[in-house]
Design a protein around this ligand. Structure first.
Ligand code: PEP
Ligand code: MN
Length: 345
């Protein structure tokens, strides 16, 4: 339920509503806009006690939250959220590009990539330390050694780093080294991992599961917000369809839809979304045109030698070309796409 306060409601009136929501067995969540305050009652409690607040002083109206996800929805927070990672803002005016190798393979590989992607205009560095591989015989990542290399590359270039966390047992260690934690597509509904990440003070990049609906994806984000971590960025990385020419089918409509339903920033992963170097430029432009707040792109000094995801990794020159393709006029269209998205009734 949402209690919409009237314009000019006093602090005392807002505090009273917060207390009544607690008494009714719900968790209160306050969103302060420029003119109005919204107090959401989240969880399960005595609904009729919230409905009765309709007549409390300073209350404009009381409405139900239409969607099963609550804190993630734009009904609870009509304005867009920007998530800060170091001094980079995701979900602000700029399209933020995260780039780097699928896996950290060596110091030399990561540091050279970090310098190249920074020069081309990326603002965050990616690199896997713990890799979710389909086969147990494939390269599994360098673990803590990779985390140390990521930190070094970050210090050398000033770029914050994002890396995947596969299990609850790795969360603490990864938090010591990374600026942002990625929940991989295969782990989107790992609820114990989500619950643990809800308690850390690091932003989370939440990838959409390959077979997850948009609703399931947003409910996974709800685990993070309801547990106390509001710094969540959503990432569309392609879903399973009958098509086999591309590795996954990137769902461009889901980017616009997620931004319509939620105030959280949404980025796109054209690398896993297509699996093909040749499609990254076009799909990056398309994702930005439908309103993506950013992109995450795999880059490797020599893709043919990559220990994971070589066929979808760009070399430095190809990455620079993709960045040039995201030129000012396209960013203008993107700005319009982001502005044009309406709040659901
Ligand atoms: C990755 O980012 O390298 C990765 C494994 O991504 P996903 O979880 O989307 O497959
Ligand atoms: Mn990868």
């Amino acid at each position: 339920m949402i209690v919409n306060m009237s314009e000019g409601a006093s602090e005392e009136q807002i505090t009273h509503i917060i207390e009544r929501i607690r008494e009714a067995g719900y968790q209160p969540h306050v969103t302060r806009g420029t003119t109005r305050t919204i107090v959401a009652a989240v969880g399960s409690g005595r609904r009729h006690e919230i409905e009765a607040l309709q007549v409390a002083p300073g209350v404009d109206n009381v409405v139900a939250i239409a969607q099963p996800f609550k804190l993630v929805s734009r009904q609870v927070r009509p304005h867009r959220t920007a998530v800060r990672v170091g001094d980079v803002e995701i979900g602000g005016d700029d399209v933020v590009v995260i780039a780097g190798p699928c896996s950290v393979e060596s110091r030399e590989q990561l540091v050279s990539t970090a310098h190249a992607v920074k020069k081309a205009g990326a603002s965050l560095l990616r690199g896997g330390a713990y890799k979710p591989r389909t086969s147990p015989y494939d390269f599994q990542g360098l673990g803590e050694e990779a985390l140390k290399i990521l930190r070094e590359a970050s210090e050398e270039t000033g770029m914050p780093v994002v890396t995947e966390v596969m299990g609850t047992e790795d969360v603490e260690l990864i938090c010591e080294y990374a600026d942002m934690l990625q929940v991989g597509a295969r782990n989107m509904q790992n609820f114990s991992l989500l619950r643990k990440l809800a308690t850390v003070r690091k932003p989370v990049l939440l990838k959409r599961g390959p077979s997850a609906t948009v609703k399931e994806w947003l409910l996974a984000a709800e685990y993070l917000l309801s547990g106390g971590n509001h710094d969540v960025v959503l990432c569309e990385r392609g879903i399973k369809t009958f098509e086999t020419e591309t590795r996954n089918t990137i769902d461009l409509a889901a980017i616009a839809l997620a931004r319509d339903l939620s105030h959280l920033p949404v980025i796109a992963d054209p690398s896993h979304g297509t699996g093909k170097q040749s499609l990254i430029a076009a799909v990056s432009r398309a994702a930005v045109a439908v309103g993506a707040d950013g992109l995450i792109i795999e880059v490797h000094p020599c893709p043919e030698r990559a220990l994971s995801d070589g066929p979808q990794s760009l070399d430095f020159a190809a990455f620079e070309k993709v960045m040039r393709g995201l030129s000012a006029p396209l960013r203008g269209i993107a700005g319009a796409a982001r502005e044009g998205i309406t709040v659901p009734a």
